[in-house]
Design a binder for this molecule. Sequence first.
Ligand code: TYD
Ligand code: MG
Length: 454
Amino acid sequence: MAKEKSIFVCNECGGTNPKWLGKCPHCAAWNSLEETAAEPSGGSKQHRFQSLAKSAAVTTLAEIDAADVARTPTGQEELDRVLGGGIVPGGVTLIGGDPGIGKSTLLLQAADTLSRQMKVLYVSGEESGAQVALRAQRLGLDGSRVRVMAEIQLERIIATLDIEAPAFCVIDSIQTLYSDALTSAPGSVAQVRECAAHLTRTAKARGIAVVLVGHVTKEGAIAGPRVLEHIVDTVLYFEGDTHSSFRLVRAIKNRFGAVNEIGVFAMTERGLKGVSNPSAIFLSTHGAPVPGSCVLVTLEGTRPLLVEVQALVDSGGPSPRRLSVGLDRDRLAMLLAVLHRHASVDCLDQDVFVNAVGGVRITEPAADLAVMLAIQGSLRGKALPRGFIAFGEVGLAGEVRPAPRGQERLREAAKLGFSVALVPKANAPKKPIEGLTIHAVERVEEAIDIVRGL
Ligand code: TYD
Ligand code: MG
């Protein structure tokens, strides 16, 4: 068979070129051409991506039967929570995370449970069958009915899907696969995109629930094109510090459920175990309060979570550094400017480091106030009182804006024994919460004044 020709497509304008060029001849964008498989030229042939979306006649919305999709629970309650109840036939899930964080472990556990009620195929491109078996043994999955295939060639995997006809299939990982249609190496943008598109098409056509494991780059994004996130139905990210035992699985996108829901796991001797009440796991245990630390209540999905934010302000050189782990760095720069301008707290010549304890990533702006107080505490060398929590978004004008579902956050903090809270005025509860003294503020300078007086 003649090899399918590949062409180079521009990411920016979609223009094509028969060979790679540094600059797109159509839109003059630099470094935007990527190899893709050429479309077969015969007009009668089906388009390669034909069955990504089934076509249907035009109908009035009200007349469409809004049948809910059938979900099969994976047996891992925390995983089901992020998936929106379980796996969906034809649904494609992408799960990303650092190496060694537990992607293969979690999926093997889920595959084992599912194999008791449906056909399951586990395609391993990274480990041999024996290695997978060894892991299964370690996890205590004796007599597992999961079918295992160690393969990295896409065409052979697709053919096996046809023969085995599984209802659930794990591809571990998408970066190790390659398609014969392309000449580039496995893991390249073109290969990843091609393989993901093909597998998605097969999943949709045959109603297979597919999970793709994706590696992440140093920046924390799934390696390969962003387009991967558009093709699939659900995107999950594993977070957490590989040195601690807790792992978070976060839904970034979910066509079958809520996003920003998180599942919490603990890595044990025998695999990942769900943690059903995770609110206090990200607090570090200081004997006495230390300067530069502030606890915040973040609301992830449906459950409030208490997380300790730490800051270290230290005299810097001529160009001071601003580093953050688990928090947005641009947001940190903004907070430092607000602190300076509105509360006269000056860190301009200081190195500033902030860290969310336990490897959590906090994306919501409600963390602002806690970050600010941690920085201020470190700068002054003065600890916040014991049992102190804070949350609230800070604006550029120095205002403190409310966080969604403030009452719930406060109640959770009170339940865990916290006794002082600094919150935005709009989040102050009408009825007092037992055991919790609440300071409500509208502006940054007010917040700093209150903390100085505590
Ligand atoms: P793994 O699932 O291989 O990570 P990934 O597929 O995301 O790269 O996770 C492996 C890590 O988990 C490894 O460092 C050992 C640890 N582990 C346990 O602590 N307990 C277990 O039961 C298993 C199977 C692994
Ligand atoms: Mg793995």
